[in-house]
Design a protein around this ligand. Structure first.
Ligand code: UTP
Length: 290
């Protein structure tokens, strides 16, 4: 595939999970026994991206440590004959080439992407917002890369949301050109209720063009005093310097950036795990009987 780098903006403060995110990266919260970040990294690898760039900030050291070797632990597991766990530790640290870049101030998602320019300039690259965890047969990033390979240009993931939810997302104005594929002409970040141009919302997967960097660099701060990624993609769509496509992804999404979404993801994944399923049912049955 033509896209082999993937950028992970993970420098956000994670205020919706305070106090746990005071010292722990939100991306290290577990989904059953794996941290949120590993779902995104596995998706990038399974989409053909060999190189991963993480844009980190303060309180994110655990992310670097997670993907690093842990010699003491590895030796201990080996000496105790726990070979499966030893192999698992090696696999995690070998999953990809991972580079870390620091966003010194949390100036927004657009600014975080701009921090990746020294590594991603001159080529198309994937972007994964790891809070959006997707469970799908084909990795969602791969669904986007396939459209990029066929049609060129920038690609974003779309989901049809209910009209009352449009004010929570970036919403596109688009035309469906083939089943599940939209040409995007404009987009609005968090439109006021009743003013959204459609019900198609942008979710946390992108294939971005190197054209995005000069646009982000010249951009003033938008909503919330932050440099918005949506504003930069909108500029590409509105001016038509290259096409912007939207792919209605196939799969299930969990918004692990909120407590409600993170808890739902844990319950759903536990229900998918035969050894854990009964724990949930037993609690629910007991509480219902009370
Ligand atoms: P969010 O809007 O979820 O913000 O960022 P957040 O800070 O992570 O969480 P809350 O809202 O305070 O609870 C969306 C994505 O953009 C990244 C985040 O890490 C997340 O992956 N981001 C956001 C940055 O990397 N830098 C920023 O300045 C802002």
């Amino acid at each position: 595939m033509s896209v082999n780098k993937c950028l992970f903006p993970v420098a956000g403060l994670g205020t919706r999970f305070l106090p746990v995110t005071k010292e722990l990266a939100k991306e290290m919260l577990p989904l059953v026994n794996k941290p949120i970040i590993s779902y995104g990294v596995e998706e990038a690898r399974n989409s053909g991206c060999e190189s991963i760039v993480m844009v980190t900030g303060r309180a994110k050291k655990s992310l670097e440590d997670y993907f690093d070797r842990s010699f003491e632990l590895e030796e201990l597991l080996k000496s105790r004959g726990k070979n499966d766990l030893y192999e698992l530790m090696i696999k995690i640290s070998n999953i990809a080439e991972i580079l870390f870049v620091r966003q010194r101030e949390p100036l927004g998602l657009g600014h975080a992407v701009l921090c990746g320019e020294p590594i991603c300039h001159g080529e198309y690259f994937g972007v994964i917002l790891p809070d959006d965890v997707f469970i799908s047969d084909e990795p969602v990033l791969s669904q986007l890369i396939k459209i990029h390979d066929r049609l060129g240009g920038t690609v974003v993931a779309l989901e049809e949301v209910s009209p009352e939810d449009t004010s929570r997302y970036g919403i596109v104005q688009s035309e469906e050109v083939e089943p599940g594929v939209h040409r995007i002409f404009d987009m609005v970040e968090k439109p006021k209720p009743g003013t959204a141009p459609s019900n198609y919302a942008i979710m946390g997967r992108y294939v971005l063009s190197p054209l995005i960097f000069p646009i982000l660099a010249g951009q003033n701060t938008g909503a919330g005093g932050e440099i918005q990624l949506t504003d930069a993609i909108k500029k590409i769509a509105v001016t038509g310097i290259e096409p912007v496509w939207g792919v209605v992804y196939k799969g299930r999404r969990f918004d692990c950036g909120t407590q409600k979404g993170w808890l739902s993801a844990n319950v759903e994944l536990a229900l998918d795990t035969p050894e854990l399923r009964d724990v949930i049912y037993e609690i629910v049955d007991r509480r219902r009987a009370e």
